[in-house]
Design a binder for this molecule. Structure first.
Ligand SMILES: Nc1ncnc2c1ncn2[C@@H]1O[C@H](COP(=O)(O)OP(=O)(O)OP(=O)(O)O)[C@@H](O)[C@H]1O
Length: 645
């Protein structure tokens, strides 16, 4: 290919905000671009396995920047289009330049601008940037490459497509060609998004529309969105989804409670094992606790604040996965599977009793903690456990024993629910724009505005080809139709259930004695009065409770944190104050605080008065036991690195 392509780039960012690189790595494509307004500015653009390397040569100086493959969420080839007269605009028109016709992305409302034979490649990336406080965060960058080497649009678009295809392959490649093939075929599949509009302070719909849907649009991921109508909706949905393998994954927009529903809904399917092996489950933290989302970000060194939803959306769009342990939990009435924690005492009391302050978002936890400290309670009971072996504590995840996937079943409760659809959009972007005379600036700005239009429900979804949502009568409608008013929707979808007691739970069989049998002699047993016992298998219990810093997603370990009665209030206050930084536990052995790595445990409270929680949800008070099932579910995680193609 010659070097006549027209590359128009003018970074609005200051120097040094993209990482400096030497042009190393394998080069797949290379092209020279110019800025029309500055003929002496030449950009050599190389696509390597690291990313898009931009080498600017101007006035005998050169500068290199890179947009890493890991930071790219998608790229699209577009043709400039003009809007015919008399048609209502769905894009913002304020930035339309001087004498130009309105230009926008390909949309049924627009006609191709025949006078421009160029093909445009848009690359959407979210690059790391250091803020003033030295915190790392991701910022949106859009790179536009204009291909106009040829006289015909078809030839130019072919060039642009070549770049697009190669970038997409590099995004999917993890070092295994077979995996690449299956990743390419999975690209056609939809993402099943389950959104709880009541999670957190009740803004999940808006947050999804503002921060998540645009990223799925940029990544060209087709979506099927279900808005929950009531508790256990998500659980029923995944239990009854006959075509579950036609999805590339499930994304939960909500808190840990709704994620728990999805995990347990899958466990109510006979094919639970296949589902967990083939369908990764991601989380967009719209809840009040968000322990899992925070833990995933922590383990992968991904920035969480100030935009946890945006970052999680990127994570779920990129589609990388990792194994996660689940804990099989048994109470007298139920068997369930947990991914976060099991609690008895102080923290569970705060979690459940602060429900009445839900409107406050996660602040409710801080307020109620103070209250519980003043009116401190203790509970009597017996705690038994199997300590984790030294080998397990020192093992890498590759050395862990294979998961126990033998099936068995038992009945438990669930409810029948309905499903709904979607909502409006508004949002913000941070762009590294391309521009020469304002023309390109306009193209992109208009396109973005149409993404974020608060008035047009259509345009909020237009770019996600094949996206669907559930309509009033339960049938699927395309993304170019108006959304129903979901608050008024009466969905006719009905599931063939059932007396809730008849619902069976599958999942791996237990290796523990039944809850009513005594624990084996090799277990450690202690009895006494306790402020709390909290069994945890993630780093964070909520976004600001850094509970077990050493925990991993799949280490095969449950961390038992025990606080005995008799602890002083100042010591407890220290504990509470240190929770957000992970400095809550004493360094040395302590009479009242203990952290014990175990593989199974049992709590037997005395009396009937207290709160037990599993993943932040209240369960029957009484004996409870849990055992780790290592690497049982696949969870969506951020990128770490890219290998050579
Ligand atoms: N449409 C709905 N109306 C009422 N409750 C719902 C609805 N959909 C789901 N739920 C229930 O809401 C509960 C809490 O939801 P979720 O976990 O999403 O938010 P949260 O409690 O604010 O966050 P976290 O669990 O992280 O603290 C879930 O247990 C779920 O059963």
């Amino acid at each position: 290919m010659g070097s006549q392509g027209d590359y128009i780039v003018k970074s609005k960012e200051k120097d040094g905000e993209c990482k400096e690189v030497s042009s190393e790595g394998k080069v797949y494509l290379k092209e020279t671009f110019y800025i029309s307004s500055k003929k002496n500015h030449v950009f050599i653009v190389k696509l390597t396995d690291v990313g898009l390397c931009l080498r600017k040569e101007a006035n005998s100086s050169t500068k290199e920047q890179i947009i890493k493959i890991n930071d790219i969420v998608g790229c699209r080839c577009l043709r400039s289009q003009k809007k015919p007269r008399g048609r209502a605009a769905c894009t913002c028109s304020s930035s339309v330049p001087r004498d130009k016709s309105r230009v926008s992305v390909e949309d049924d409302n627009f006609l191709a601008d025949e006078s421009d034979v160029s093909a445009y490649l848009y690359v959407y990336a979210y690059v790391f940037k250091k803020s003033l406080r030295n915190n790392c965060r991701r910022e949106r960058t859009v790179l536009t490459l204009r291909f106009r080497s040829y006289d015909k649009f078809d030839d130019n678009i072919r060039e642009a497509q070549k770049w697009r295809t190669t970038i997409k392959r590099l995004m999917l490649y993890t070092g295994d060609v077979l995996q690449l093939k299956s990743a390419i075929s999975a690209e056609q599949k939809k993402l099943l998004v389950i959104l709880n509009p009541k999670s957190g302070s009740g803004k999940a719909r808006e947050l999804y529309q503002q921060q998540v849907a645009p990223i799925y649009g940029e990544a060209e991921i087709p979506i099927e969105l279900h808005v929950t109508k009531r508790a256990n909706f998500a659980r029923e949905l995944v239990r009854h989804k006959h075509d579950i393998f036609s999805y590339r994954g499930i994304v939960v927009c909500g808190g840990d409670g709704i994620y728990y529903e999805v995990i347990n809904g899958i466990m109510e399917r006979e094919d639970w094992d296949d589902v967990f092996q083939n369908i990764p489950i991601g989380i967009i933290p719209c809840g009040s606790g968000n322990g899992l989302a925070r833990s995933i970000a922590h383990v992968y060194n991904e920035p969480y604040e100030p935009k946890p939803i945006l970052n999680a959306a990127i994570t779920t769009a990129k589609g990388k996965t990792a194994w996660m342990d689940l804990v099989r939990v048994e109470t007298k009435a139920q068997i369930m599977f947990s991914f976060l924690s099991i609690g008895w005492g102080l923290i569970s009391d705060i979690d459940i009793e602060s429900e009445r302050l839900r409107y406050m978002g996660h602040q409710r936890f801080s307020l109620w903690s103070l209250r519980r400290l003043i009116g401190l309670r203790t509970y009597h009971g017996k705690i038994s456990y199997i300590p984790a072996s030294t080998e397990l504590l020192n093992a890498t995840s590759a050395e862990l024993p294979p998961p126990n996937r033998i099936k068995h079943s038992i009945s438990c409760n669930t409810y029948l629910t309905e499903e709904g659809g979607s909502q409006d959009a508004d949002g913000e972007v941070i762009t590294l724009e391309t521009a020469n005379d304002g023309f390109f600036d306009t193209i992109d700005r208009q396109r973005l505005d149409s993404f974020y239009s608060t008035t047009s429900r259509k345009t909020a979804y237009y770019s996600v080809a094949g996206s669907e949502y559930k309509s009033i009568n339960g049938s699927i409608r395309g993304d170019d139709e108006d959304f129903p008013d979901h608050d008024k929707v009466q969905d006719n979808t009905s599931y063939a259930t059932s007396n809730p007691k008849d619902v069976q739970v599958f999942g791996p069989s237990s290796s523990l004695p039944s809850l009513m049998s005594p624990v084996p002699g090799d277990w450690v047993v202690e009895e006494g009065d306790y402020v709390m016992v909290h069994a945890t298998y993630q780093t964070h219990l909520s976004s600001d409770v850094f509970f077990v810093p050493s925990s991993k997603l799949s280490d095969g370990i449950i961390w038992l944190v025990i606080i005995k009665a008799g602890v002083t209030r100042p010591a407890l206050l220290n504990f509470m104050m240190g929770l957000s930084s992970g400095t809550h536990l004493p360094d040395k052995e302590h009479n009242y605080f203990k952290v014990i790595p175990v593989t199974a445990f049992r709590i037997e409270p005395t009396g009937n008065d207290g709160i037990l929680t599993v993943d932040g949800e209240r369960v029957d008070y009484g004996p409870i036991q849990g055992e780790v099932c290592s690497s049982l579910a696949k969870v969506m995680v951020p990128e770490k690195f890219v290998k050579s193609l």
